[in-house]
Design a binder for this molecule. Structure first.
Ligand SMILES: [Zn+2]
Length: 150
């Protein structure tokens, strides 16, 4: 979870110069982001936040549900399902970890529609998905580098 106090310390010296505060990946902030947003709005700032509303387990993600509740407007976007191309509202994790956040885990997540979302993959399916994705790409890269060296 990102520390809201650090954000506040970085933001407040600049406040007189800004009208709009934008925060991306807001799901990673702790619960103190909510009172900070309320405070900024009370100071006349426009606050725009973006983030995932649900985790890989399809549960509400951090402070996002509370922020949605107090927002003037909420725009809920969807991605494209990587299996069928339909509107995707879920984040499919392609691995076994049950940690809430895997930082820098490019290739470990896929957008999925409700029909193709599997919140808890069995071990076998997970191995197949990982071999078909990022892992095989990096193996090819290493092989190419090796042949150039030889
Ligand atoms: Zn689908």
């Amino acid at each position: 979870m990102a520390n809201v106090e650090r954000l506040r310390e970085a933001l407040y010296p600049l406040l007189n110069e800004v009208e709009v505060v934008g925060i991306d990946e807001v799901q990673f902030f702790d619960a103190e982001i909510l009172p900070l947003a309320v405070e900024l709005i009370a100071l006349g700032k426009r606050v725009i936040v973006a983030g995932l509303d649900t985790t890989f387990a399809a549960e509400p993600f951090g402070p996002v549900p509370d922020l949605m509740a107090i927002a003037d407007t909420v725009t809920k976007l969807s991605a494209v399902c990587m299996v069928c191309g339909a509107a995707a509202i879920h984040t499919q994790r392609l691995g076994q970890s049950q940690e809430l956040v895997m930082v820098g885990a490019t290739g470990m997540y896929e957008a999925r529609c409700r029909a193709h979302f599997r919140p808890f993959l069995d071990e076998h399916a997970s191995e197949q998905l990982e071999l078909g994705g990022e892992l095989s790409g990096s193996t090819r890269g290493a092989a190419a580098g090796g042949s150039r060296a030889g």
